[in-house]
Design a protein around this ligand. Structure first.
Ligand code: AHR
Length: 506
């Protein structure tokens, strides 16, 4: 039995915000220090202390926004410790991540310089858990206010005349846990207060994001929706908040025994994929709660932490969350993006955790040699750049969508999504079957297809990963197994592969 993917090329839907391809960089392990930041005196080529090779690699991904400084770290971070001459900056203990001393050498100015080098929008996450309303308010003023004001003057003393543009602002992080162990109601009240004093200075418009629940905590979302919005308030048409978030990580086992990044069997693999695909249910159900209060979808849903979380690599600091990244991680990413595209009407932003050397990273650097490798996940982000700000096209899968029983429920082994912009379209196809190739007919309707080409990301095994000695073990290659068909095209999807088909439309 064959599978057909019906795509109406002339019926575009919601815009897939490029911000669904956002990133996250926390003061955690070797993400900032050794990852992004090596300091101006390093032998590693850098621009003002920021690694040039990391910037160069990430520029290929056109990353739309970067969340910083945490995560859990955000609710311990006091921004004034990270400005002024580096040698004079106070130190602190990063108690969440390894209990190590943080020297604050990477602070506000360094982060904004990084964003400028990357050409990305900053998403600054403020401190609710151990900060004050005044502290957060002044950070916004320091970053975004022009003219004469106490914080604008302080910024100038530190060498920056003009304010920066900061579009995205997080009001705390995981307030139910590391961000303060609060109840939903307690956080909602605090968040309203904090957000009130995060002002729009000049023409900078903050998109304020309330810290949401974890996984399937729909009650948290309901409480926030009841508390944070001001629908119909004439004096505050944008509301106090513009969005709320939630976090969802993919693990193969339990939080106590998450499983290894490299050591896993086929059952672990399918369980991983079943959990990865669950993200769609979570987006839908958080969205359904929001719909009750906000049927016009004015409030955005933000998944500002997602990705795989494995046991740390043997011999590395357990607090540093350093893990390898295989073809399995790439397929976790590709099925997440399919779900994101399908729900682009409500999901406005997502941030993979994290960009360099932590959890499901795009880039791994060697602590001894400094060597850089891009991961299989990096390549999914690269292959998907044409989806950024394109319009979603529904993909209707008919026929055999084949499935695998995982712990009593069926896991669909084929995942697909598509988008169009101007005279082009991109179709994403993931074959999760660990062992069998599948053939899919692309039934392309509504517009003439003038040209086509395909790329494939796969490898001999699911455990295959890139290393400094084999940096191209998992990279996208031209895919020739694409043929004209009377309905459009026919494409073979190798076992455990991610394929993109690009169309030129007439
Ligand atoms: O991404 C690692 C951590 O996971 C973040 O700091 C926290 O928000 C989440 O629990």
């Amino acid at each position: 039995m064959s599978t057909t993917a019906i795509i109406n090329l002339d019926l575009p839907g919601s815009t897939i915000s490029r911000h669904l391809y956002g990133h996250f960089a926390e003061h955690l392990g070797r993400c900032i220090y050794g990852g992004f930041w090596v300091g101006e005196d390093s032998d590693i080529p850098n621009e003002g202390g920021i690694r040039s090779d990391v910037v160069e690699a990430l520029r290929q991904l056109q990353i739309p926004n970067l969340r910083w400084p945490g995560g859990c770290f955000a609710d311990e971070y006091h921004w004034r410790d990270g400005i002024g001459p580096r040698a004079e900056r106070p130190r602190m203990v990063n108690s969440h991540w390894g209990d190590i001393v943080e020297n604050n050498h990477f602070g506000t100015h360094e982060f904004m310089a990084l964003c400028e080098l990357l050409g990305t929008d900053p998403y600054v996450n403020g401190n609710v858990g151990s900060g004050t309303v005044r502290e957060m308010s002044e950070w916004v003023e320091y970053l975004t206010r022009d003219g004469q004001s106490p914080m604008a003057s302080l910024r100038r003393e530190n060498g920056r005349d003009k304010p920066w543009r900061v579009p995205f602002w997080g009001i705390g992080n995981e307030a139910w846990g590391c961000g303060g162990n609060m109840s939903a109601q307690a956080y909602a009240d605090l968040a309203r207060q904090y957000a009130t004093f995060c002002r729009d200075h000049g023409d900078n418009r903050l998109y304020r994001i309330a810290a949401g629940g974890s996984d399937d905590d729909y009650a948290w979302t309901r409480t926030l929706m009841e508390a944070i919005s001001c629908f119909g308030c004439a004096e505050e048409p944008r509301g106090i908040f513009q969005a709320l978030s939630f976090h969802y990580y993919t693990i193969a086992g339990t939080w106590e025994d998450k499983g290894g990044a490299l050591e896993f069997d086929i059952d672990d693999y399918y369980r991983t994929m079943a959990r990865a695909r669950r993200v769609e249910e979570l987006i839908q159900r958080h969205g359904a709660v929001m719909d009750v209060h906000d049927p016009e979808k004015k409030v955005g849903l933000v998944l500002d932490e997602w990705g795989t979380w494995w046991d740390v690599e043997p011999g590395t600091n357990p607090g540093f969350l350093y893990q390898q990244n295989t073809l399995r991680d790439a397929l976790v990413a590709s099925v997440h993006f399919d779900a994101f595209h399908r729900h682009a009407d409500r999901l406005v932003m997502a941030n993979i955790a994290q960009t360099v050397n932590v959890l499901q990273a795009m880039i791994l650097t060697d602590p001894d040699t400094g060597a850089l490798v891009t991961t299989p996940t990096y390549h999914v982000f690269a292959m998907n750049t044409p989806h950024h700000d394109s319009q979603e096209l529904s993909v209707h899968l008919v026929g055999d969508t084949f499935s695998q029983n995982v712990d009593g429920t069926d896991l669909d082994l084929l995942s697909a999504s598509a988008s169009t912009r101007d005279d082009s379209a991109l179709i994403s196809l993931t074959n999760l079957d660990a062992e069998r190739e599948r053939t899919v007919v692309l039934d392309l309707r509504g517009r003439e297809v003038a040209g086509h080409r395909a790329r494939v990301l796969t490898a001999p095994t699911l455990q295959t990963h890139n290393t400094p000695t084999a940096p191209e073990a998992v990279v996208p290659r031209t895919h020739d197994a694409l043929r004209p068909h009377h309905r459009g095209l026919e494409v073979d999807l190798p076992a455990h592969s991610y394929v993109t088909v690009s169309l030129d439309l007439g």
